[in-house]
Design a binder for this molecule. Structure first.
Ligand SMILES: C[S@@+](CC[C@H](N)C(=O)[O-])C[C@H]1O[C@@H](n2cnc3c(N)ncnc32)[C@H](O)[C@@H]1O
Length: 250
């Protein structure tokens, strides 16, 4: 299986981005997720280098992961504790792992790596299939930024710092967005573009319904700030109803 867009080159500098790995970024995520399930079992879709999984493990949670990139997962395995996280190499839209989980989570816009609505729905069904009744599926994903685009402009510049230029290029007819990056890391310049499918909160709620889950919470931050018109991303929690019975629609 190919590493997809998260190849050796991307994996080699992934953890150097302080804006994602600083304790004041990671700690609220870990507090939120650990607070949902205590010492329960969790499964991370797109576990990557373990940015979130390893701190959760350190909090006493049992964590497993799915990821299609060997390059990213070998970074995780090289970290203290990383070897003890069982990771299955595969596509989180379809790959099943053994066991039942209290929590499945998918953070940092990674639902958008699935490039079609069909595959995003498959991901929700796959999350639901891994959850115990009463378990939760958590997604962190941006609110599409097209509201800020002037007519005829399809490009949103979201980062323009000394070391990183980030430009998203929107195609509204297809809900596709290509994220273009120019980064200087450890004196090296990287240039890459990744395709995504952007998705609205209400559309995600429908996907959850199709997979037999219901929205339980939606926040504008990991610290539970309200989700408002001005939120740039959301943290949403869907619950698989307890009490049995199949409410998954075919
Ligand atoms: C932006 S990184 C996030 C990694 C980690 N969750 C974090 O928060 O740092 C996205 C990860 O998802 C993985 N990924 C993307 N699409 C995937 C898919 N369809 N199936 C499995 N893994 C996927 C990539 O290989 C990469 O490791």
């Amino acid at each position: 299986m190919s590493d997809g867009y998260f190849d050796e080159e991307i994996a080699s500098t992934y953890d150097d981005d302080h804006s994602m790995s600083a304790p004041d970024v990671v700690d609220p995520v870990v507090d939120f997720l650990a607070g949902l399930t205590g010492a329960g079992r969790s499964l991370e879709f797109g576990v990557g280098t373990g940015r979130i999984a390893i701190p959760l493990l350190e909090r006493g949670m049992a964590v497993a992961g799915i990821d299609l990139s060997n390059a990213m997962v070998s970074k995780l395995r090289a970290k203290p504790g990383g070897e003890s996280i069982p990771v299955t190499i595969g596509d989180f839209a379809t790959t099943r792992v053994d066991g039942e989980f209290d929590l499945v989570y998918l953070v940092y816009n990674t639902i958008m790596n699935l490039d079609s609505q069909v595959r995003q729905v498959a991901c929700f069904r796959n999350a639901s299939a891994h959850l115990r009744p009463g378990g939760c599926f958590v997604i962190e994903v941006m609110v599409p930024e097209i509201r800020g685009l002037a007519p005829d402009n399809t490009r949103h510049v979201w980062e323009l710092s000394e070391s990183h230029w980030g430009i998203d290029e929107y195609e509204v007819a297809t809900q596709r967005v290509t994220s273009h990056h120019l980064k200087i890391t450890q004196g090296r310049t990287q240039r890459f573009s990744m395709p995504f499918r952007y998705v609205w909160p209400a559309e995600l709620d429908l996907m959850a319904e199709l997979a037999g889950m219901r929205l339980r919470e939606r926040w504008g931050s990991w610290r539970r700030d309200p989700f408002t018109d001005d939120s740039t991303f959301h943290v949403s929690v869907w619950e698989k109803p307890a009490g049995g019975g199949s409410d998954e629609q075919q």
